[in-house]
Design a protein around this ligand. Structure first.
Ligand code: SF4
Length: 344
């Protein structure tokens, strides 16, 4: 027991030196029990690393789900699937509505706009919305869509996007019909064309093994994610994953901390979802306020459902003595680079 405790301390010290952790060290951190002294030391270490790297900045990347449809891809954890049967018709939020949301995000000094589509949404439409929003707001645009090739990556850049959220999900290829290698190929495309890669370890449930979780943390670090925290799975009513249950916010905070130690010097922020306080003590500083469609909700506009608004998110962050109005660490340089290019 004492030996194990010393081993934890050695890994915390190594992380604080920003030396990359080995897989076996990250797996050892996964053995730290909740409520133990080591667990609070783990969270304190992660918190210190984030304060050293991000200061007291709290980020809000405002999620807009552009459409609802009974998605034929049928990922088991998603409420937007054909099989879940919650949504039987296609709905696209109007351009006016999307612009209104984007302006709300800008007024509240959101740090990015993440535009999410379902798996079969036409790529050309996403580009068109990107072009329109780039003229309407100055907030950095991030795409969250299907796998793309190099040409499509360049099209995203031209349409005004500075980054893309693209996760290899837990259970990819098992709980989803998507190909893990193709997801990783898209992450490489993002890097090649100069789009920032945004990521999260998701959607975590109690059934996921330590190895699967840690391997995705290492993938995020080794491919240079802009951020890569942790999101838990929310079991919507009737979800086929209900039998597994859900992890608690405190369990999520422990994983957020482990992920923070693994990420070292690489990220510009550290995310968690859904918004809550515990992970802000464990290295997280990034929330996603949500409107429009959400794979966790049973109503079409999550802003009227589970989704937390930007004012709520900023309130939680301020209660934890973080400042959401400081400049973003995530996309500042990408935006500045685009501005320079436009000026030339
Ligand atoms: S997660 Fe995306 S691709 Fe999978 S079913 Fe939901 S909308 Fe479709």
């Amino acid at each position: 027991m004492i030996l194990q405790h010393h081993r934890y301390q050695d890994i915390f010290s190594k992380a604080l030196e920003y030396e990359p952790l080995m897989r076996e060290e990250a797996l050892h951190l996964m053995t730290i029990p909740l409520h133990s002294e080591a667990c609070y030391q783990l969270m304190a270490t992660a918190d210190l690393m984030s304060k050293q790297e991000f200061g007291f900045k709290a980020e809000n990347h405002y999620h807009i789900g552009l459409n609802v449809e009974p998605c034929p891809l049928d990922c088991l954890f998603c409420s937007l699937t054909h099989t879940a049967g919650i949504f039987t018709e296609k709905t696209e939020f109007s351009l006016e509505q999307v612009i209104t949301w984007a302006k709300e995000a800008e007024e509240h000094q959101a740090d990015a706009l993440n535009l999410m589509t379902t798996g079969t949404y036409p790529f050309e439409k996403l580009l068109e919305i990107g072009r329109i929003l780039s003229n309407e707001v100055s907030t950095s645009l991030v795409a969250n869509t299907r796998d793309i090739n190099h040409h499509e990556g360049e099209e995203l850049l031209k349409a005004g996007f500075v980054g893309a959220y693209h996760a290899v999900r837990l259970g990819e290829g098992r709980d989803t019909p998507l190909n893990r290698d193709k997801r990783i190929a898209t992450i490489k495309v993002l890097r090649d064309v100069g789009l920032a890669w945004a990521n999260c370890i998701e959607p975590v449930g109690p059934e996921h093994h330590d190895e699967e979780i840690v391997d995705l943390m290492l993938l995020a670090r080794d491919h240079g994610a802009t951020y890569s925290g942790v999101m838990r799975r929310i079991n919507f009513p009737g979800s086929p994953m209900t039998k597994f249950g859900m992890i608690t916010e405190l369990e999520m905070a422990r994983l957020v901390a482990i992920s923070r130690l693994v990420m070292g010097k690489v990220p510009k922020a550290h995310c968690t979802h859904e918004p809550h306080s515990a992970s802000l003590l464990a290295g997280a500083n990034l929330f996603f306020p949500e409107v429009g469609s959400s794979p966790r909700d049973g109503i079409d506009d999550t802003g009227k459902g589970r989704g937390r608004g930007i004012e709520d998110c900023q309130h939680i962050q301020r209660e934890m003595n973080l400042d959401p109005l400081l400049p973003s660490n995530c996309y500042r340089s990408a935006t500045a680079a685009n501005d320079i290019e436009k000026d030339q």
